[in-house]
Design a protein around this ligand. Structure first.
Ligand code: FAD
Length: 376
């Protein structure tokens, strides 16, 4: 016999997007069910490297990120412990003229939105990061207010706050069926059924297959991205370094002293795959040392793989779907951790008040998906 429980909003997926949305819905007094097929953060969020930047190319992304930065900054007080939020900046490196032009035009938009960003010469860049190899560098875009936080601590903070409000978590228990006779009825793997008038689908790379159950075909394409972490070493870099060459990479140093980094594979590696590769390990080491030769002495501790969930234009889908009261929040690309707090707050407002408090048309489900976020 099924055991049906009711709530105001059911949230499928306990990554950063699901938990941040839950946190802000909970603040509004909503009764929630948060369903996670594995453990909290087990999808992409705990595989990410915690970078937070405001240097985007479209106004909505920049605004969301400005807001996210201020929300990350408040977490220590809100959660009662530090989430290792640190504003060491992001330094985007251009080794060809095309990227210099991209940076210049983005800086104009970012400044219009009030972001503190500037274009540095190679010498100014070297002053900022003395260990950086500037051979071939033409210019760098720098925002000192960008930075990092530790994903494990951010999720822990949201979880504790939701527990304090006695919100219901269903962990290690995937949603296997979604139906909508009137309200939504979700069936979980253990047979438990949940009834909710509103559902948030924030299942990261699995969002597309879940939405298909409801007859929706969303342009969401998971791809594998890999990362590694070194042993702790004395402070060597403060900003996140992002090398935009095709064989570039990006990495930063946590407050703990560990260096964490990734590169964007070319060609991309489509599908949901959590298997790490030897190729990445070999390549990433070389690329990091090319950029910061002193890293030659650092020992790699471990590597892992996770997913970016891509959309055709590189911006997320955050919107009510054509199925009334079914909200989609996915397609976060390599930015979901940093977008999380800002998107969670606005999506919670939209769900509770049934109207946006900001212009989110850039993230609309029915947009044309033309153009491309130039700072992937
Ligand atoms: C190597 C790497 C580095 C990255 N670095 C950064 C970075 O520096 N900064 C940044 O902002 N972003 C970064 N990202 C991207 C970031 O991790 C993602 O954009 C973000 O975590 C997406 O969050 P999410 O909540 O949408 O998805 P997820 O974290 O994937 O959460 C979705 C959850 O849904 C659950 N789920 C799926 N199906 C079901 C089901 N049927 N029932 C119940 N639950 C289900 C999954 O188990 C999962 O936990 C990185 C990603 C990778 C892989």
């Amino acid at each position: 016999m099924s055991n049906k429980t009711t709530c105001d909003v059911a949230i499928i997926g306990a990554g950063i997007i699901g938990l941040a949305t839950a946190y802000y819905l909970s603040k509004k007094g909503m009764k929630l069910a948060i369903i996670e097929k594995n453990y909290i953060g087990s999808g992409s969020t705990l595989r990410c490297i915690g970078g937070i930047r405001q240097q985007f190319s479209t106004p909505t992304s920049i605004r969301v990120m400005k807001e996210s930065v201020s929300l990350f900054a408040q977490m220590k007080e809100e959660f009662g412990f530090s989430v290792d939020f640190h504003q060491g900046g992001y330094l985007l490196l251009a080794h060809d003229e095309q990227f210099v032009e991209v940076f210049k035009s983005n800086i104009q938009i970012q400044r219009q939105e009030g972001v503190n960003v500037s274009l540095l010469t190679p010498e100014e860049t070297k002053d900022l990061v003395p260990e950086l190899n500037i051979a071939g560098l033409l210019a760098a875009a720098y925002c000192p207010d960008d930075g990092q936080a530790y994903p494990f601590l951010v999720l822990k903070g949201y979880k504790q706050k939701l527990d304090a409000k006695r919100q219901a978590f269903y962990l290690h228990n995937p949603v296997t069926k979604i139906e909508k006779p009137k309200n939504f009825i979700l069936t979980l793997q253990d047979g438990c059924q949940l009834e909710a008038p509103k559902v948030v689908l924030s299942a990261g790379p699995w969002t597309r297959e879940l939405a298909q159950q409801m007859g929706l075909d969303l342009p969401l394409y998971p791809e594998r991205h890999e990362a590694l972490v070194t042993e702790r070493i004395p402070k060597i870099i403060d900003p996140m370094l992002v090398d935009y060459r095709q064989d570039g990479c990006y990495f930063h140093q946590y407050l703990s002293g560990h260096i964490v980094g990734c590169y964007t594979p070319y060609p991309n590696f489509p599908g949901i795959c959590h298997e790490a590769s030897l190729e990445f390990l070999r390549e990433m080491g070389k690329r990091m040392i090319r950029l910061v030769p002193a890293l030659e002495k650092a020992t790699i501790l471990r590597q892992w793989a996770g997913c970016y969930t891509m959309t055709p234009d590189g911006s997320p889908i955050v919107d009510e779907s054509p199925i009334s009261n079914l909200y989609i929040a996915s397609g976060m690309s390599g930015h979901g951790f940093m977008f999380g707090p800002g998107i969670g707050r606005h999506l919670a407002h939209f769900i509770a008040e049934e109207k946006w408090d900001v212009d989110f048309r850039e993230f609309a489900i029915d947009r044309a998906f033309k153009g491309k976020e130039s700072l992937k």
